[in-house]
Design a protein around this ligand. Sequence first.
Ligand code: PGA
Length: 241
Amino acid sequence: MKVYLAEDYQEMSRFAANLIASRVALRPECVLGLATGSTPVGTYELLVEQHKSGKLDFSKVKTVNLDEYVGLPADHDQSYRYFMQTNLFDHINIDPANTHVPNGMAEDPAVECARYDQVIDELGGIDLQILGIGHNGHIGFNEPSDTVPMGTHLVDLTQRTIQANARFFASEAEVPKQAITMGIGTIMSARQIVVMASGADKADIIKAAFAGPVMPQVPASLLRLRSDLILVGDRAALSKL
Ligand code: PGA
């Protein structure tokens, strides 16, 4: 594992944006695995800036997102499709047909999960996967568990995750209770994986995941099975590592 200590959120974001930009420059048709949440917002802002200054062309890039809430339509302002549109896709020259997010409104989530795995397969897998980390160690919506889910699957969100995400909804009751998420197996098969973390509230879980035992009860710890893992965090998030 390589650890990059960033001074602050901005420097962490610049590091991740530069990794993504160089991947796109090297392979214009690359497949990016993207994440939502507060952590990558600054990274997406920098990518938009680079695109607008003519330095970054997304016309052939393909993206697959980690997860989506069950029951939220694409135009709901808390859906992850909406997040991706407003934070990135609407501001760059990506072909909408090349952007993939699980469909949280699918009639049969099992069928949707199988379809999503097929999409990733047909794209030839993920070149670069960007990840945030939840306070409970989740990656995507792979919550702490006794097992390691391989492919895309339906999950019941933990109370901790529901509480953490309630800040974006009118009330905790409105937070969806389920999500569709890419599995840990798929994430681990990405050709490069980058975990990002910012803020003192992430320090304990960063220590548990990257210095504690490797176990599915702390899903992010499983990433250490990849010796080429990259962790980039700001000083506060890495303070206990
Ligand atoms: P955050 O979420 O970036 O909003 O902290 C990370 C996560 O839950 O994966």
